[in-house]
Design a protein around this ligand. Structure first.
Ligand code: PAF
Length: 293
């Protein structure tokens, strides 16, 4: 596996692959890779002849008071994981390689970004869309892989690809969890041992909501209240949001029907964690705890 830092090197390699008739998969990441990323890379390796992983802590998706400076980084460990998972190219650019000082273009999305993480993190999705569009133009993949843990991000990227006519298939992959249910995340590393124990409250509370829906509850308000109530039993937890929205529009709904996303963001100490479950239109829950695929 090659590690490259420039756009030119990526383009040269990918052009050669395409001349040879190989399909290309892209797994965009911000590094500090874990089992969740590994599952994306392995899926990409299964479905494509060649796989590129991008490893770039994208400054434009962090707000001024967020954790850009402290975001964990470990290129050596990332490279090992990518190699083992079967990636062929690791793209690790510096911010100056990705962004012109005097840039004037970015992607802004109307709708889909007003609720959930878009509400708490106003610049976030513009930064995500802009960097992902740039990566799509640099790598020109046939398919790109994103985790369902960032469910709103997945919906936003699918919409951007549709609206801007990128000829790329977006593949969503299930959440990978720790044994106690905590969704894997690079930010879990910020948690103290006591906070790590408390963080299980996220998946535990979602499970309560999931069970209520499985037993036929259709009132989104009641499900939301039960989730909120359970989270508040954990003294280290502070709710950012608990929302039940249509997975197509990311707008709040009152009746649970169709494709539904139940998403939460909770501070455990200073660390903001997210988790969710998605209910398909057929009433099946798409989640790593009880995967139906
Ligand atoms: O999900 C992430 O890690 C990031 O938002 C992404 C998609 C790599 C863009 O920087």
């Amino acid at each position: 596996m090659q590690i490259v830092k420039t756009i030119e090197e990526v383009r040269k390699e990918v052009k050669q692959w395409k001349r040879e008739g190989f399909s290309v998969g892209l797994v965009p990441t911000m590094g500090f890779l874990h089992e969740g990323h590994k599952s994306l890379i392995e899926r990409a390796v299964k479905e494509n002849d060649r796989v590129v992983v991008s490893d770039f802590v994208n400054p434009t998706q962090f707000g001024p008071t967020e954790d850009l400076a402290s975001y964990p980084r470990d290129l050596e460990r990332d490279a090992k994981l990518c190699r083992e998972a079967g990636a062929m190219l690791l793209f690790h650019p510096e911010p100056e390689e990705m962004y012109f000082q005097d840039r004037t273009t970015s992607i802004n999305m109307e709708g889909l970004t007003k609720e959930l993480c878009g509400k708490s993190r106003p610049v976030h999705f513009s930064g995500v869309c802009t960097v992902v569009a740039k990566l799509f133009n640099i790598v020109t993949p046939d398919r790109a892989y994103f985790g369902e843990k960032d469910a709103q991000q997945l919906a936003v990227i699918k919409r951007m690809v549709r609206d801007l006519n990128f000829d790329i298939e977006i593949v969503g992959c299930p959440i990978i969890r720790e044994e106690d249910g905590l969704a894997k995340s690079s930010r879990n590393t910020y948690l103290s041992p006591e906070e790590r124990k408390a963080a299980v409250i996220l998946s535990q509370s979602l499970k309560i909501g999931q069970e209520m829906i499985a037993q036929g509850e259709k009132d989104a308000r009641k499900v939301k209240e039960a989730i909120v109530q359970n989270i508040t039993t954990e003294p280290l937890a502070k709710i950012d949001y608990v929302e039940i929205v249509s997975f197509d529009t990311i707008e709040p709904i009152s009746t649970i029907e169709g494709s539904v996303l139940t998403a939460i963001a909770v501070y455990i100490g200073k660390t903001r964690l997210i988790d969710n479950f998605i209910l398909s239109g057929k009433g099946e829950t798409y989640d790593n705890n009880n995967v139906k695929r």
